[in-house]
Design a protein around this ligand. Structure first.
Ligand code: NAI
Ligand code: MG
Length: 533
C-alpha cells in the first residue's frame, strides 16, 4: 500500500479528490485496510466491508487495471469504511466491451420478456430479503438515518425493480394504417417494434445511492439494454452489493457492469466512449452540461436528472396549519436537504408568514442530529467534507448579504459533516441562497400577497423540478399547479414518490423522465417496418 504518488499530486484533478481520497495500490491484496469498526454496525456488514472491493465486469469481480483504490469514508466521523477500485478509462473501456458483447449475443438476448421480468422481480425480492443490511450500508456510506433508509430507500428500490418487472412483457409497438399518396393502389402492412437502445452508461449521485441505481437499472433492463453503471465516488457501496444480488438473481455476465471511480477519471471516459449508445445521468446541472457536450462525439442519446430550487407555497387557507408546517419542514429537511426536489424556497402568504416561519424553525430545532446508525437520529451528517464546505459557504454568503437566520446557520459540532437545520428570512431574489441549489438543510422563506405575482416569482428560477402547494381551495390549487413550470407538483403533500409516477425536470432541471412508463421511451428505439403486400 502506498500513498499519493507525485504523478497523482500533479494531475489536474479536482480538490475534491485530493481531499477525499488517498490513493492506494492494492497489489496482491496485502495491506487491505482493516476498517475502523463503525460503532453500531452489524457483524454481517462489518464482514462485508472487510472483504476486498472490486468492479463487476463481465460477471466477474476485478480490481482496477492500475491496481489503485480510494477510500470510502463514514461521513458521521470521517473514519475509513473500506476502499474501492479507483477506475479509469481502461476499466471503463473493458466494461463497455463486456456490455457490448452481452448485448450483441449471448443469453441476455435470448431471454424471453417474461424471463427478463421474472429476473427483475427476483432482484426486488432479494433486496427486501437483505433490506436491513442495505439500510445499514446506505446509512454508513451516505450518512442518512438507518431507519429512514429501511422504510424509504430500500423498499422503494425493491418496488422499482418489481414495477419494471411488469413492463418487461409490455414493451409493444403499433400496427399503423398508412396511405402513401404517391403509390396509388399499393398496399402495405406497417408496424413498429420497440427495441433496446443498446449499451447504456449510467452515472448516479450519492444522495440516494441504492435508489438511484434502481431508477437507472430497472427500466434499462426491463427494455433489454446492457449497462455500465458508475456510482458516485462518495457512496459506491450499495451499488457493489446490489451487483452481487444481480448475479444471484441470475443476470447473465456483462449485462450490468459496475465500475467505481471519480467523475473526471471514470465518469468522463464513460460519457466519451463511442461504444456507448446512451448516457443516463443524475447529478449537478454543471456536470449535466459537460455530459451534453461530451456526448456529441457519437451523438449518443442523453437523459438528465439535474438540480432544483423548488418553491413550496403555503396559503393562509391551508386548513390544518400545523400539518402544513410539518410538511414544509419535511420538504426541506428530508435527507438533510440533499434532494434535487427539496422544497428549498418556502413561499408563505403574508398574513401567516411569521407563524409559519416560527413553526418551521421550531420543527428544525427539534431535529435530533447524530450518526445514521444511532436509533434516535433524525438527521445524519451531509455526505462529504466537500458538501459540508459547499453548504456552509452558502450560509456565510447569505449572512454577508444580510439575510436573517431564524435558526441554524452553520456547522453542527466539529466531528463528521453535520450542518444545523437552518431557516432563513429577509432574503432578496438576487441572493445566491435564493437562486442556487444549496443541497443542504437550509430553507429560505419569503412572503407573498398576490396570486398573480406568486406564479411569476415561483417560476423565477432556471430550474423546474418540483413544487408544493398547500391550500384547501381546490380551484386555486389547480390554477397554481397549471402555472408552475416543473415536472412534479405536490398539493397538500410533499416528497411523494412512486415507481409508477414519472419524475424529472422542466428547464435546466433535466431532459426526460425517470420512472413510470415514460422512462421506457428513453431506453427504447422505435423501428418502423413496412411490408409491401
Ligand atoms: P456531480 O454532478 O459532480 O456528481 C454526480 C455524479 O457525476 C457522480 O457519479 C460523479 O462522479 C459524476 N461526475 C462528476 N463529474 C463528471 C464528469 N465530468 N463526467 C462524468 N461524470 C461526472 O455532483 P457533486 O459534485 O457530487 O455535487 C455537487 C452539487 O450537485 C450538489 O451540491 C448538488 O447541488 C448537485 N447534485 C444534484 C443531484 C441531484 O439529485 N440532481 C445529486 C448530486 C448532486
Ligand atoms: Mg462534482
Amino acid at each position: 500500500m502506498k500513498t499519493i504518488t507525485s504523478r497523482e499530486k500533479s494531475s489536474p484533478r479536482t480538490d475534491k479528490r485530493s481531499r477525499r481520497a488517498t490513493v492506494h495500490h492494492n497489489g496482491n491484496g496485502n495491506g487491505h485496510p482493516t476498517p475502523s469498526a463503525s460503532r453500531g454496525a452489524s457483524r454481517e456488514v462489518t464482514a462485508w466491508l472487510a472483504r476486498p472491493k472490486r468492479n463487476l465486469i463481465d460477471g466477474r469481480w476485478v480490481a482496477a487495471r492500475s491496481g489503485k483504490e480510494f477510500d470510502v469514508l463514514n461521513p458521521a466521523d470521517a473514519s475509513l469504511l473500506t476502499r474501492v477500485p479507483d477506475s479509469t478509462g481502461e476499466d471503463i473501456a473493458q466494461a463497455v466491451q463486456a456490455a457490448r458483447r452481452a448485448f450483441e449475443g449471448g443469453p441476455w438476448r435470448r431471454l424471453t420478456p417474461s424471463e427478463r421480468g421474472k429476473l427483475l422481480w427476483r432482484v426486488g425480492e432479494l433486496l427486501l430479503k437483505h433490506a436491513d443490511e442495505f439500510a445499514e450500508l446506505e446509512s454508513l456510506d451516505n450518512g442518512k438515518p438507518r431507519a429512514v433508509a429501511r422504510v424509504a430507500d430500500v423498499p422503494l428500490a425493491a418496488d422499482l425493480f418489481q414495477y419494471m418487472a411488469g413492463w418487461a412483457t409490455k414493451i409493444e409497438g403499433n400496427t399503423i394504417p398508412i396511405s402513401v399518396p404517391y403509390a396509388p393502389g399499393a398496399r402495405f402492412h406497417a408496424f413498429t417494434l420497440r427495441e433496446p437502445v443498446g449499451v447504456v452508461g449510467q452515472i448516479i449521485p450519492w444522495n440516494f445511492p441504492l435508489l438511484m441505481a434502481a431508477w437507472k437499472l430497472g427500466p434499462a433492463l426491463a427494455t433489454g439494454n446492457c449497462v455500465v453503471l458508475k456510482p458516485a465516488e462518495q457512496t459506491p457501496l450499495s451499488a457493489l452489493r446490489l451487483g452481487e444480488l444481480l448475479l444471484e438473481a441470475g443476470l447473465p455476465a456483462g449485462v450490468v457492469n459496475i465500475v467505481t471511480g471519480f467523475g473526471e477519471t471514470a465518469g468522463a471516459p464513460l460519457v466519451a466512449d463511442p461504444g456507448v449508445d446512451k448516457i443516463a445521468f443524475t447529478g449537478s446541472t454543471e456536470v449535466g452540461r459537460l455530459i451534453v457536450r461530451a456526448a456529441a462525439g457519437n451523438l449518443k442519446k442523453v437523459s438528465l436528472e439535474l438540480g432544483g430550487k423548488s418553491p413550496n407555497i403555503l396559503f393562509q387557507d391551508a386548513g390544518d396549519l400545523e400539518a402544513a408546517i410539518k410538511g414544509a419542514a419535511n420538504a426541506i429537511f428530508f435527507n438533510h436537504g440533499q434532494c434535487c426536489c427539496a422544497g428549498s424556497r418556502l413561499m408563505v402568504e403574508q398574513g401567516i408568514f411569521d407563524d409559519v416561519v416560527e413553526g418551521v424553525a421550531r420543527e428544525a430545532k427539534k431535529i435530533k442530529l447524530g450518526p445514521g446508525l444511532s436509533d434516535d437520529t433524525q438527521m445524519g451528517p451531509l455526505v462529504s467534507e466537500d458538501q459540508l464546505k459547499r453548504v456552509t459557504n452558502y450560509l456565510h454568503q447569505g449572512k454577508a448579504e444580510g439575510a436573517c437566520y431564524v435558526t441554524g446557520g452553520g456547522r453542527a459540532g466539529d466531528r463528521g459533516y453535520f450542518v444545523q437545520p437552518t431557516v432563513v428570512k429577509d432574503v432578496r431574489p438576487e441572493m445566491s441562497i435564493v437562486r442556487e441549489e444549496i443541497f443542504g438543510p437550509v430553507v429560505v422563506a419569503e412572503p407573498f400577497s398576490k396570486e398573480e405575482d406568486l406564479i411569476n416569482r415561483a417560476n423565477a428560477t432556471e430550474y423546474g423540478l418540483a413544487a408544493g402547494i398547500w391550500t384547501r381551495d381546490l380551484a386555486k390549487a389547480h390554477r397554481i399547479a397549471a402555472g408552475i413550470r416543473a415536472g412534479t407538483v405536490w398539493i397538500n403533500c410533499y416528497n411523494v414518490f412512486d415507481a409508477a409516477l414519472p419524475f424529472g425536470g422542466y428547464k435546466q432541471s433535466g431532459w426526460g423522465r425517470e420512472m413510470g412508463h415514460e422512462v421506457l421511451e428513453h431506453y427504447t428505439e422505435t423501428k418502423a417496418v413496412v411490408l409491401g403486400l
